[in-house]
Design a protein around this ligand. Structure first.
Ligand SMILES: Cc1cc2nc3c(=O)[nH]c(=O)nc-3n(C[C@H](O)[C@H](O)[C@H](O)COP(=O)(O)OP(=O)(O)OC[C@H]3O[C@@H](n4cnc5c(N)ncnc54)[C@H](O)[C@@H]3O)c2cc1C
Length: 442
């Protein structure tokens, strides 16, 4: 299982690593184009020299999506806003732009993204590349906020697509794993900037599971974490406020930066060196959840700091199956002692019509499991993956999974359509690597 991780692992002095440190690779060269023309030049050179090209954003994915022995392209030198259509509230950005930069830039125009995930270190190109999502039954993944895209395909041509211009290509490019080409510009449908009030609570898991449809309906953004070996959940509900002052105080700071990072790091080390205390650590962490309330600009509320390194697997399942799947996971923890104290994260995403989106054609619950970066995550992830697959699960493309080409073809109704676009846009497979070859085929 996960064989392509080992195949792409290279030893050497100048290895690049993903965020968790699990994946290492060594490209022959890294290119930093500063314009679309320079991106075209990189692809044309690679074609002439029969080299492969992969694109990296912030390398926050847990899958070997960017590993290559040839040319790695980073758009770190290609960031910022290209155009703002204030009337339509549409903003065109360079694809290398990091989300934390983008949030502040949009705020300067009185605009914001309608929803975001729980960190803001990713590039916007990488964010949509894997279908990154936040939570909220009214909101699709971040790719659904995109209304137009430009990319350089495997022939070195600039392609443009939207809901009205090459619409099927657009549905392929909205979540493309970097397999169609290098996205250069992304136009985002924004909303007027807003402020969110976030409420953290510790609640009984059974109650949360019973009330899930109501929680999703009654909160703009709702998510929860279940702490293994306990009956406790940490719930996070966010709603728009217009009449409340900002509330970001020392208690928020203590919880977010202190407990969630430094204290948690200590607990991870303790559990790593003394595995027999894992259960008590999970119980202690659950009891430490404070009823913190925070009010602030939306992009600052979504974003948390993640200083403790971990590996992660996340699957999307039909939202109706969420409580059943969580009960199956609880039962599994009773049968098997995984020695895992990271809480299991639960979010919800509105269905969409993007070819490779895990939420294609159905409102989806996303369930994520994490393991401390020093620990071998595979036995734990594999056991949970069996449960997800048995419930029509589809993986988050950026997170660890073993989905094969055949399984993907069964589970993604528009998989074949995506492959056709790949053949048209990248006939010579300039953007291929070991993992994409195994997932998408030759
Ligand atoms: C701590 C942490 C928290 C996270 N939180 C969330 C979360 O809340 N929700 C969620 O859904 N995910 C989450 N993720 C996963 C993360 O959002 C995705 O893996 C995302 O793809 C990473 O963005 P990146 O810029 O690092 O892209 P990379 O990981 O560098 O690349 C991802 C993919 O996009 C492609 N790509 C990048 N740029 C371009 C481009 N310009 N053109 C074409 N293809 C491109 C790459 O080739 C690759 O296939 C989290 C990950 C970490 C480590």
């Amino acid at each position: 299982m996960f064989s392509y991780f080992n195949e792409t692992k290279i030893t050497g002095t100048q290895n690049m690593k993903n965020w968790s440190g699990y994946i290492e690779w060594q490209p022959a060269q890294v290119q930093y184009p500063g314009s679309e023309t320079e991106v075209q030049q990189v692809v044309q050179n690679a074609l002439e020299q029969h080299k492969k090209v992969r694109i990296v954003g912030s390398s926050h994915s847990f899958m070997p999506l960017w590993t290559t022995h040839d040319v790695l392209v980073s758009l770190d030198e290609y960031q910022g806003i290209v155009a703002v259509d204030q009337e339509q509230m549409q903003v065109t950005v360079k694809a290398g732009t990091k989300l934390y930069v983008l949030g502040d830039l949009l705020a300067q125009h009185g605009l914001a993204m309608e929803n975001l995930g729980d960190i803001d270190r990713q590039s916007i190109g990488g964010t949509i590349g894997t279908g990154t999502h936040g939570t909220g039954i009214a909101f699709g993944s971040i790719s659904t906020q995109v209304v137009k895209l430009r990319f350089v395909n495997g022939k070195g041509e600039v392609r443009q697509c939207s809901a009205t211009e090459n619409p099927s290509l657009f549905k392929a490019a909205q979540v493309s794993l970097g397999a169609l080409g290098i996205i250069t510009e992304i136009t985002i449908q924004c909303v007027p900037s807003y402020r969110l009030a976030l409420q953290n609570l510790q609640e009984p898991l059974d109650l949360v599971l019973r009330e899930l449809p109501d929680r999703y309906r009654n909160n703009r953004n709702f998510e929860f974490y279940w702490f293994p070996y306990t009956d406790k959940a940490w719930t996070k509900s966010s709603n728009i406020v217009t009449d409340q002052a900002d509330k970001v105080n020392w208690l928020n700071y203590l919880v977010e930066y202190g407990l969630e990072n430094y204290a948690f790091k200590l607990l991870c080390e303790l559990a790593y060196y003394f595995p027999s205390v894992t259960e008590r650590i999970s119980q202690f962490s659950a009891s430490a959840i404070a009823p913190v309330r925070k009010v602030y600009q939306s992009h600052k509320v979504y974003a948390t700091q993640r200083l403790v390194r971990f590996n992660e697997m996340e699957y999307s399942i039909p939202v109706e199956a969420q409580a059943e799947v969580m009960k199956a996971i609880q039962a599994l923890f009773e049968r098997k002692r995984f020695r895992i104290h990271f809480p299991i994260e639960n979010r919800v995403v509105k269905g969409d019509d993007i070819h490779l989106s895990p939420a294609h054609g159905r409102d989806s619950a996303y369930i994520a499991c994490h393991a401390y970066a020093k620990k071998d995550p595979l036995p734990y992830f594999k056991a949970l993956e069996e449960i997800f697959l048995a419930h029509d699960g589809r993986p988050h493309w950026g997170k660890m999974n073993t989905l094969s080409h055949e399984q993907a073809a069964e589970r993604y109704p528009a998989f074949g359509t995506f492959l056709q676009h790949r053949s048209e846009e990248d006939p010579d497979r300039v953007f291929d690597n070991v993992y994409l070859h195994s997932l998408l085929g030759s």
